[in-house]
Design a protein around this ligand. Structure first.
Ligand code: FES
Length: 175
């Protein structure tokens, strides 16, 4: 028996999951988060427009490069409801996000370099470890991980912090 045609060749959750490689539970999550939309049939079953495949690809690719869901949602909200980014829109969005990616890559490189001083040390000294928070002095600058969140070159300096090459020095080991 032939499969009944659906308006605009809509996809069931199972079909969309099979075509996109995204689990049905994840589809429901993305829908709750406002990233994709469905309509309900008379029997209260979800039906997704075929364009949702491309929209899901956009979401997955964006997530893969570390873009938070809130930003992905905000980007999609700049498009007409239900519209999927076309080639030009995706190019514009990805260009905008490249700046953020560059910033995060710089942060990770800085953390990796700081961590190099800690490997094999283990002191976690509040006085000398670059990855520790000396005396919780950074707490006065606001909530959250102040060093980890800071832009490269603009990391907040706690009162009395050392600068230059002395700023990062493994804790001397006894003996
Ligand atoms: S653990 Fe970071 S300098 Fe010792």
């Amino acid at each position: 028996m032939a499969t009944p045609t659906r308006p605009g060749a809509e996809l069931t959750p199972g079909e969309l999951a099979a075509r996109s490689g995204v689990a049905v539970s994840a589809l429901h999550f993305y829908e709750r988060e406002g990233l994709i939309q469905s309509r309900r049939t008379d029997g209260n079953q979800r039906r997704y427009p075929r364009e949702t495949l491309r929209r899901l690809a956009f979401v997955r690719v964006s997530q893969r490069v570390g873009i938070p869901l809130a930003e992905i949602r905000a980007a999609l909200e700049t498009l007409p409801r239900g519209k999927t980014p076309n080639r030009a829109e995706w190019a514009a969005l990805s260009e905008r996000w490249r700046t953020d990616l560059d910033r995060r890559i710089s942060q990770l490189v800085r953390l990796r370099d700081d961590l190099a001083f800690c490997i094999g040390c283990g002191c976690l000294s509040l006085d000398t470890c670059a990855l520790a928070n000396p005396g919780d002095a950074l707490g006065a600058l606001g909530p959250g991980p102040r060093i980890l969140d800071a832009d490269p070159g603009s990391a907040p300096e706690p009162p009395g912090a050392r600068t230059g090459k002395d700023a990062v020095r493994p804790h001397p080991r006894p003996g």
